[in-house]
Write a protein that binds this ligand. Sequence first.
Ligand code: ATP
Length: 329
Amino acid sequence: MSATDGAGTPEHDKDARVVQIYPRLPLETDAYCPLQVSIKDTVKTVIHNAVVTLDLDSSQSYSLLEVKESSGEETPLDDGDRPLVRVLRWPPETQKWHPRSQGYYFVLQQSNNGAKQVATSKEESDDLCSLPSVTKEAVLEVLRQRFHKHKIYTYISNILVAVNPNRFLPLYYNPKYVKLYKNQPLGNLSPHIFAIADVAFRTMLDRQANQCILISGESGSGKTESSSYLIHCLTTLNPGTYAGGLERAILGAGPVLEAFGNAKTAENNNSSRFGKFIQLIYLESGVIRGAFVEKFLLEKNRLVSRAKNQRYAILNLQIINSDYDPNIV
Ligand SMILES: Nc1ncnc2c1ncn2[C@@H]1O[C@H](COP(=O)(O)OP(=O)(O)OP(=O)(O)O)[C@@H](O)[C@H]1O
């Protein structure tokens, strides 16, 4: 087996298949590694085989990410996961060789490449309150240095500052971090949005009192994205909650609201032109019963008119650009 430029169409026998693994190395390359994988092979075995096949530095550690959609969302796999089991859940046409542009492949990434280094140990700069002098320059410099180390979160006491990375950092949001931050006092580990969710959840249970998380920032800073991560964490903290379904239902309401209330702006391609108040309703035991999403301050004028260099709301724009006949409805 060897790394190829992806032109070949590997064969497979009935007990094993050839899966497409694309290495993400410090030097960008189009090479890929077609690897024969059996149903029993774990991620650890597959990584080992890929590293040998691609002649990579075996003293480094690597991780394997599953990419399903062509949009490129990457799911980090655990060492014990079995890649072929995942492949068998993909559409049949993607289970044999197909162009990378269609999605459905694996990425092999060096663990120190990007967000794998979500160091969970504490650092002095984790909390801006510990700076010897708190000036605007010092604060910005610390945030900048942390950002370059892929540390997008920083505390100011019990406030979390999130810097928008403008790209998906898969390993930052690995489900294992929900478990890691569970029942940890704030500040015990490196700053993370899951720590905020966990503290709110625990305080609600301990005090049997409502808790509120306020997300604020300028347009495009990542408020909507952060609220999704919070909901993901809050719906998975209690094992009694059927997390997947509820999380899907709450987050699934987002695109519908966004069709009416979002518009492309200079700052954000999908800017929310309304505020959102999301309530998660819990039983005393901490099991979620449901959720309310309330909208406020909708920029209604965008539905009927637009200022210079501004766009209509997404749905209006689609209606305007389509062959839609208003007499039909
Ligand atoms: N934590 C994150 N990880 C990866 N990408 C992010 C993150 N936060 C924000 N982004 C990126 O930045 C874009 C803008 O973020 P988002 O829509 O959440 O901003 P916002 O503060 O809600 O903006 P607005 O106020 O205009 O609605 C997102 O579409 C996403 O691509």
